[in-house]
Design a binder for this molecule. Structure first.
Ligand code: NAG
Ligand code: NAG
Ligand code: NAG
Length: 243
């Protein structure tokens, strides 16, 4: 009787053990394939602009590669296509390559933050974007009642639903594109040529009507020369780039 009890106990322990092991095996095999960063955005269908910027700047492959080894993880804020459509027309196209990279990296934090972490993060939180002087661009987060806002100083928006939230990667939706304050400070000397061009129309006033066609001719040929010089310059630059 006693031995029957013992053996049935042993048997049930054994069965529980077998059941536990077999129950554990499928979940271990479950994570189907590696974590696919762009796949998360791609399957959603409303991040085509952001995906294009990620690809153009190769930030997508950088993140994908670093996800394999990172201990800190990453947090990515993904502006929707609507967010890009709501920007001032031409704004994004006016950014040079360096600024495009900065803009994309400004949406990436080199650390995994759950939505709750963001609520209590100490501001400013460092992003992956840096200025020309190497200064790190930061973002400020403010939380209330489980809602978190992100602010760049010039743009503030709600951190919307998590598309993915599992260490090492968090991806959140944004309804606005974040731009660092630094983009809008200190206009570069690129603005200088416009006063020069506005001066030009005053020149014909002082010259006589007869000389005008000649002046127009001159400006026309010098325009062509500038065009030719520019073409040669670009060609040389391309050769330099290739060699
Ligand atoms: C990740 O997903 C994208 C888009 O769905 C796909 O094109 C790409 O091949 C995937 N990459 C990997 C490594 O599975
Ligand atoms: C988030 O920003 C919105 C405006 O964009 C504002 O109405 C709201 O109060 C902010 N919430 C927090 C928690 O700062
Ligand atoms: C973050 O907040 C601090 C303190 O209020 C402020 O000085 C800083 O400019 C803010 N930075 C951004 C990126 O909003």
């Amino acid at each position: 009787m006693a031995s029957a009890l013992v053996s049935s106990t042993v048997l049930s322990v054994f069965l529980v053990f077998v059941a536990t092991v077999s129950a554990q095996t499928p979940p271990a095999a479950a994570p189907s394939g590696p974590l696919n960063f762009t796949g998360i955005l791609d399957k959603n269908g409303q991040y085509t602009y952001f995906l294009r910027f990620l690809a153009d700047t190769q930030v997508d492959s950088q993140i994908q590669n670093q996800l394999k080894t990172t201990t800190e993880g990453f947090t990515v804020f993904a502006p929707t296509d609507n967010a890009f459509n709501n920007l001032k027309p031409g704004l994004v196209n006016s950014l040079d390559e360096q600024k495009k990279v900065q803009m994309v990296l400004y949406h990436v934090l080199p650390k995994y933050y759950s939505l709750n972490d963001l609520q209590f993060a100490s501001n400013p939180v460092r992003t992956q974007a840096t200025g020309q002087d190497g200064a790190i661009f930061g973002l400020n987060f403010t939380g209330q009642n489980n809602q978190v806002n992100v602010s760049s100083g010039v743009v503030e928006t709600l951190v919307n639903n998590a598309l993915y939230q599992k260490k090492p990667l968090a991806v959140y939706q944004l309804d606005k594109v974040l731009f660092p304050e630094e983009f809008f400070e200190a206009k570069s000397p690129a603005g200088a040529p416009s006063p020069a061009t506005t001066k030009k129309p005053s020149e014909p006033k002082s010259s006589s009507k007869a000389s005008e066609p000649a002046a127009a001719d001159n400006s026309g040929s010098s325009g062509r020369n500038i065009g030719l010089g520019l073409a040669i310059g670009i060609a040389l630059a391309c050769m330099g780039f290739l060699s």
